[in-house]
Design a protein around this ligand. Structure first.
Ligand SMILES: *[C@@H]1O[C@H](CO)[C@@H](O)[C@H](O)[C@H]1NC(C)=O
Ligand SMILES: *[C@@H]1O[C@H](CO)[C@@H](O)[C@H](O)[C@H]1NC(C)=O
Ligand SMILES: *[C@@H]1O[C@H](CO)[C@@H](O)[C@H](O)[C@H]1NC(C)=O
Length: 645
């Protein structure tokens, strides 16, 4: 069962099991007046002689290659196939992996065995599975995989989930990415919607072709400038799939609309439990192709710090999904309807129609309730804080954990929280609060050693509040003009050298404003000849008095780090660094237009003798500078006086 943990002064929780009746309704009549019918399963040989399985419920008809289990067609509302006719791969799972002795690569997980799991009046569930053996070949990832698809009566979509398992004696493996990908018909789908304020008409894959001169390569291969797009409205715009990344907590539904066929194609994620890395982990969504992705594991915005390695002796089993592939049709409001459907799916979670025994039903799951109280000098409710259950580990370890299930929620105004539908298992209870530094684990207090002397920014684990410059006119994405996510524009990092041509950023406490005077990322200086120089930022502050024997604390919270080393010096730029983070970070948030990657907090003890009465300067030097993308983002900086105790 959910393990019980100590009740403490910081987090008071109680654990209880909820027993709820499961609602069940019988299908009666379709919208168009025809009675919904139970889905049928057909096994055929197509004209190329290969085998196919077709599941059809009268609303949607889905074809799978058999026994591989790749989705080859989705027929809906008079559209013979919403998926790409030009691609062999149209709807599939893939895993990017590496073995200890094998090179690995991308495994598209083709099944070797087809089975019908359930077929009744309500639904069909089918399985395409593959079992690993030591002779399976070096291109096959050592995992047992069972890909499941469910099509229900009177349902305009397809549920997909995967059961992944490795045995402890199997070879070591690293799994950097596990996802489901859909490639849609590019003649039909041109309008993409990821959120209320992230949707637009999109260029085509062909517009990105740099070999035919349609586009120009930019700083890395994912970003191109459209020179000769099929539609002149895209001319000179940047296309980069990372501009459409979102935080997991915001990825409930995303996809594409065909304005020609009046059809929408959506990926709906009803739960975060099979996700990883916590609610602020960023993932790709939809992008030019037209492509729509359900990402289950990836290193995006975290990099190699993500724990994706399985050592020998380590077993693993996880159910990824189910996600819902939803299709809708009509003349308008397809996005609004998709959002409505996604709310229905969330309500129905955990789905009671999943046949696999290791997908616990609602009555087999638990509920955790509690209250978060924060002692930051005095006791206050932890308002609107994130609280979550994740596999046992240190405070904050959920950021890099990919192996278990995670369950997150937000506290209400008075600090109360309730986490529903928790799978049986052993978890730690973690949390963090907007406005406070650090990660909590049970009784851990937010780090503070003394009263605040000064602070820069807001502890929110992002660099959002700092100065984000305007994009270049010739490499912009109009979607993000006048948008709260200004940071999604291409090339903003280059603005630093223009803004600070002669010397690096100097921030004076009491005079400078962080929203104007603190650049959102500490990037390298571009020397203009393809070389780069490290930058040293200064914080200048005044102390009327110094406690020479006391110990001050510099709280330094980073929102991102990419192949960086931050050195901190006090009042002398040329001494050996007093503190150094060492070589940290591969989250690549600068190049990927993120405003944060992985969160890190350093609490640095500063002996009073390093400070002086009057003007002081802290030197922050990011010493790695081989290219444009090494650097840091700060979340928050605070200097604390010695404790008055
Ligand atoms: C079939 O689905 C439609 C659309 O979701 C819904 O309005 C209708 O009530 C459903 N019919 C049955 C019998 O469940
Ligand atoms: C917060 O949740 C608790 C427990 O459910 C409830 O009693 C309280 O009224 C809620 N507070 C607010 C401000 O919503
Ligand atoms: C920017 O957004 C604001 C608020 O949404 C709106 O009032 C304003 O007209 C917009 N400006 C431009 C140039 O689009």
């Amino acid at each position: 069962m959910i393990s019980k943990k100590k009740i403490t002064s910081l987090i008071i929780c109680s654990f209880l099991l909820l027993l709820l009746p499961i609602a069940f309704s019988r299908p009666t009549r379709n919208l168009d007046g025809t009675s919904p019918r139970a889905p049928t399963v057909q096994q055929i040989r197509n004209r190329h002689g290969t085998r196919e399985v077709i599941v059809d419920n009268g609303i949607i008809s889905v074809s799978f290659s058999s026994p591989q289990g790749l989705i080859t067609g989705i027929k809906y509302k008079g559209v013979n196939n919403v998926l790409s006719p030009h691609q062999r791969a149209r709807g599939y799972w893939d895993i990017t992996w590496q073995g200890e002795k094998t090179r690995g690569g991308i495994d598209r997980i083709e099944g070797t065995k087809f089975r019908i799991i359930t077929q009744n009046q309500e639904q069909v569930e089918i399985s395409f599975s593959r079992t690993w053996e030591s002779g399976s070949g070096s291109h096959i990832i050592p995992l047992n995989v069972d890909k499941r698809y469910i099509i229900r009566t009177n349902s305009s979509g397809l549920y997909a989930y995967g059961i992944f398992e490795r045995l402890p004696e199997w070879p070591e493996v690293e799994m950097g990415q596990v996802r489901m990908v859909f490639k849609l018909d590019q003649d039909k789908f041109h309008y993409m919607a990821v959120a209320d304020d992230i949707q637009r008409e999109m260029p085509t894959d062909n517009d990105r072709d740099i070999h035919r001169g349609h586009a120009k390569a930019l700083g890395y291969k994912e970003a191109v400038q459209l020179i000769h797009p099929h539609n002149s409205m895209f001319k000179d715009q940047v296309d980069d799939k990372y501009q459409y990344s979102c935080e997991i907590k915001d990825i409930k539904v995303h996809g594409w609309i065909s304005t020609k066929s009046h059809v929408g194609f959506w990926i709906i994620s009803s739960s975060g439990e099979y996700r990883f890395g916590g609610p602020m982990k960023q993932e790709l969504t939809s992008h030019v192709g037209p492509t729509a992705i359900a990402s289950f594991i990836s290193g995006h915005y975290v990099g190699t710090d993500m724990d994706t390695r399985y050592k020998s002796g380590e077993a693993w089993k996880k159910v990824l999904g189910p996600i819902f592939i939803y299709l809708n049709s009509g003349d308008e409001l397809l996005w609004e309807d998709a959002k409505r459907q996604s709310k229905e799916e969330v309500k129905a979670w955990p789905y009671d129609f999943v046949a696999f025994s290791d997908f616990p039903s609602r009555r087999e799951r638990g509920t955790v309730t509690g209250r978060l109280l924060v002692n930051d000098g005095f006791l206050t409710p932890g308002r609107f804080a994130y609280v979550g259950l994740a596999p046992p580990g240190e405070a904050g370890s959920w950021q890099t954990n990919t192996k278990g299930y995670q369950f997150w929620t937000k506290t209400n105004e008075t600090g109360y929280f309730k986490i529903d539908n928790v799978r049986p298992g052993t978890y730690n209870l973690y949390g963090w609060v907007h406005g406070l530094i650090g990660d909590f684990l049970y009784q851990n207090l937010p780090p503070r050693n003394g009263p605040t002397l000064w602070e820069i920014g807001v502890p929110d684990r992002t660099a959002r509040e700092y100065f984000v410059p305007e994009p270049y006119k010739n490499t912009m994405n109009p979607l993000y003009l006048n948008h709260t996510d200004k940071f999604r524009q291409y090339g903003l990092w280059q603005r630093y050298t223009e803004l600070y041509p002669n010397h690096d950023l100097i921030y004076t406490i009491g005079v400078s404003k962080y929203s104007q005077d603190w650049f959102y990322a500490q990037v390298t200086r571009n020397n203009g000849d393809s070389t780069y120089t490290p930058t040293t930022w200064q914080i200048v502050f005044h102390l009327p008095y110094v406690n020479m024997r006391g110990s001050y604390t510099l709280q330094l919270a980073l929102a991102s780090a990419a192949r960086a080393n931050l050195q901190v010096r006090f009042n002398n730029e040329y001494t050996r660094p007093f503190f150094s983070t060492g070589y940290i970070g591969r989250d690549n948030a600068i190049a990927r237009h993120g405003i944060h990657g992985l969160y890190r907090l350093y609490s640095i003890n500063v002996p009073g003798r390093l400070l002086r009465t009057g003007t002081n300067t802290i030197y922050l030097r990011q010493s790695k500078a081989s290219g444009p993308f090494e650097g840091l983002m700060y979340d928050y900086i605070r200097l604390e006086e010695p404790s008055r105790v």
